[in-house]
Design a binder for this molecule. Structure first.
Ligand code: SF4
Length: 465
């Protein structure tokens, strides 16, 4: 059984000296080589990069300060982005001139999607590895080190998770733990099941052990990650339910905040709300992507719930003893979306009163069923609907935030705007608060702030201790 170590970067050493100490004992014997990872995409992708970095550190590589200096150069790709393949090949083209003497690799969703085609179009690439095969990285790297020319990890059919001996933590204040990889849903617009493979959960023991190490290293906030985090299914004999896993992570000494993302409405249970209600360490925030307010469109998207079922789950959240903020994702302009469907989405936003909405226009992705659906919505119409939705949501957020003026919140400080002499941080509800303070150093501290002004996307406050 391997041990896992958590390593912070220089920032982390400055803020949490204990975590910095761990790196010295955890990293492998130096081999004189360095690596650089350029990452795009979601939080899962960023955290994957932290674990991939850990694989290199455990083999004695050191982080390079720049692309030019690196012996191994990895491009951690995302296929959610529009024209993703085009962008990746263009970036690889820019790296061609420096390929001599370097190992260049492509990892992540686009690596899985394009596979060996990448070698054809960019012959200077030596490694292509999708996220479902990251557990094989040590052997793939060993093959390259012993002179291998082209190595691939493109296996999707797996029930294993990516366990690393070392994770390099790039965020000094908030630590991420992947608890479930892949996805068993089949939303008609989404590439994830094709790029990250089927759902695999880590054992609750492994998750809890990682959380305890992070608490020991000085982290106070943990975020549990998964494409469908609440579909978590403990493979160990304990068979710990997701809501109970939340409670157990929250009970670890030193942990002051626990977040989780992203929840799938279909697997969202009352037990999750009850766990939040009973456990103040579980943050008062749930990200629950709805995607559309029209049951007809939800069916075409294959989201597996209706508008009414979604709203029923919202009613559980609204009935909680503590106010829980809710954010969501919305896609506008899905094929066949009529004006009436769109109006149902607008009405749903009004009815729910979200604290934040990540909204996008639909755009087709390779290997998805929605790509060949009829009745595509013209781009100008999609853009119009997006603007209408965003304007409406802006007003909803401004009205919600205005009600908070005069209230006091605990803020975990995560940003210093030196030019403005301001600090910023988040409340348990994940609301951003900007404030001034005479204190010279507040990063990582929990302070009480009274809200003095509201804006649609953030609050302004004053430090009251
Ligand atoms: S639940 Fe749907 S949108 Fe989310 S990752 Fe799975 S297939 Fe994609």
């Amino acid at each position: 059984m391997s041990r896992t170590f958590d390593i912070g970067i220089d920032d982390l050493k400055a803020v949490r000296t204990h975590a910095g100490t761990e790196s010295a004992s955890a990293a492998g014997t130096p081999n004189g080589k360095s690596f650089f990872i350029e990452t795009f995409g979601c939080q899962m992708n960023s955290h994957d990069a932290e674990k991939v970095a850990g694989v290199f550190l455990s083999r004695g590589y050191r982080p390079a300060q720049s692309i030019a200096e690196a012996d191994v150069l990895l491009y951690n790709t995302c296929s959610i982005r529009e024209k993703a393949a085009q962008k990746v090949f263009s970036r690889l083209g820019a790296w061609r001139g420096m390929a001599d003497g370097k190992i260049i690799g492509v990892i992540g969703c686009l690596a899985q999607q394009e596979g060996e085609e990448i070698f054809e179009r960019a012959p200077w690439v030596s490694l292509v590895c999708g996220s479902a095969s990251y557990r094989k990285l040590p052997e793939l790297i060993a093959e390259l080190e012993s002179g291998g020319r082209r190595v691939t990890g493109l296996d999707l059919d797996t029930d294993e998770t990516f366990e690393t001996e070392i994770t390099r933590r790039d965020n000094p204040l908030r630590a991420y733990i992947t608890i479930i990889e892949g996805c068993n849903y089949a939303c008609s617009y989404c590439v994830v099941p094709h790029t990250r493979g089927p759902e695999r959960s880590r054992s609750s023991d492994a998750v809890l052990a990682e959380a305890k190490r992070l608490a020991g290293a000085g982290y106070t906030e943990i975020q549990l990650l998964g494409q469908t985090v609440n579909s978590y299914s403990d493979p160990s004999p304990r068979n710990l339910a997701f809501a109970n896993l939340l409670r157990e992570v929250a009970a670890i000494d030193g942990i002051r905040r626990v977040r989780f993302t992203t929840s799938h409405p279909n697997d969202f249970s009352r037990e999750i709300v009850e766990a939040i209600d009973a456990t103040p360490v579980l943050c008062d925030h749930i990200h629950l992507p709805v995607q559309s307010g029209s049951t007809r469109i939800l069916k075409a998207m294959r989201r597996t719930y209706t508008r009414e079922q979604y709203l029923e789950k919202m009613s559980w959240i609204r009935a909680a003893r503590r106010p829980i903020s809710v954010t969501t994702d919305v896609i506008v302009g899905f094929p066949g979306e009529t004006e009436s469907d769109f109006e149902q989405t607008l009405a749903l936003l009004e009815e729910v009163g979200y604290d934040g909405v990540f909204s996008f226009t639909y755009s087709p992705r390779p290997n998805t069923d929605a790509k060949s659906m009829p009745d595509a919505i013209p781009e100008e119409e999609k853009a119009r609907r997006l603007a209408v939705l965003q304007d409406g949501q802006r007003a909803i957020q401004l009205a919600r935030n205005a009600k908070l003026v005069g209230s006091q919140f605990e803020v975990m400080v995560d940003t210093h705007h030196a030019a403005r002499s301001q600090w910023a941080g988040r409340t348990t509800q994940n609301l951003i608060v900007n404030f001034s303070s005479p204190h010279p150093s507040l990063l990582g501290e929990y302070v009480q702030a009274r809200i003095t002004r509201a804006a649609p996307y953030s609050l302004v406050g004053e430090d009251v201790g």
